[in-house]
Write a protein that binds this ligand. Structure first.
Ligand SMILES: [Cu+2]
Length: 249
């Protein structure tokens, strides 16, 4: 019902997230309305009137048990309801896929590395794009997420996906886009002065279009412009100095 105010969902697991979002939204919304209505009613009922004296009360044990147990139960139920989606998206091994990308976040760009024609990372034909990712539609994509400086957050609202990139860790996140288009990839972690400008675009292509794009952009000879961007990738054990260095903290 509230779909109009969310970005369009184009991810296979987006419906699970939206369902939970709306469930929690309704629970908190109804609770907020009840609290405010009660508060206003009490303000009027118990306002100062001539001849009325304030009375000391120590509270009501039954009421206190009820308003402790009911929210606790709601939280426990929400935990169980969200477990399937959470485990599918974050905890279990991602669905198998041969489409793997390395994404290294840095102040203030997304470095997206393709393994190149040989299908292997760390070889001469790797191709790194800046703030740009191209993927085919209806294909499980594994993103191996790293950061070379501070914590960033890989966020694609239309995919209902958000994952921190943490220095020193490689985190595998996955998605399967269900509709071709161009989707924004902002950084969702306040990561420094240039944070607001840290955003990329994910282009979801039809399979034919993707093949065409890959043929034009991922061939060995097309790899040349990426050479300088690739260095931080190859030195992954230690955080390599950022290009130009000025962006460092
Ligand atoms: Cu960032």
């Amino acid at each position: 019902m509230l779909d109009w105010w969310l970005p369009e969902n184009v991810s296979t697991y987006g419906r699970d997230i939206d369902w939970l979002f709306h469930l929690i939204y309704y629970i908190t919304g109804i609770t907020a309305i009840l609290v405010f209505v009660t508060m206003i009613v009490f303000l009027v009922m118990y306002k100062d009137r001539p001849g009325r004296r304030a009375r000391y009360t120590h509270g009501n044990t039954t009421l206190e048990i009820v308003w402790t147990v009911v929210p606790s139960l709601i939280l426990v139920i929400l935990t169980f309801l969200s477990a399937p989606a959470w485990s599918k998206i974050k905890m279990q091994a991602p669905p198998a896929s041969d489409f793997v990308l390395n994404v290294t976040a840095k102040q203030f760009n997304w470095q997206v590395t393709y393994p190149g024609p040989d299908g292997k990372f760390g070889t001469a034909d790797d191709k790194t794009l800046l703030d740009e990712m191209h993927v085919p539609v209806n294909k499980v994509v594994h993103v191996h997420l790293r950061s070379q400086d501070v914590i960033h957050s890989f966020f694609v609202p239309q995919f209902r996906m958000k994952q921190d990139a943490v220095p020193g860790r490689e985190i595998v996140q996955w998605f399967e886009a269900s509709k071709p288009g161009k989707y924004e990839l902002p950084c969702a972690e306040l990561c420094g002065f240039g944070h607001s400008g840290m955003r990329g675009w994910i282009y979801v292509h039809t399979p034919d279009e993707y093949q065409k794009w890959a043929a034009e952009n991922l061939r060995a000879e097309a790899a040349a412009p990426a050479a300088e961007e690739k260095k931080p990738e190859e030195a992954k054990p230690e955080p390599a100095p950022a290009k130009g260095g000025k962006a460092k903290r």
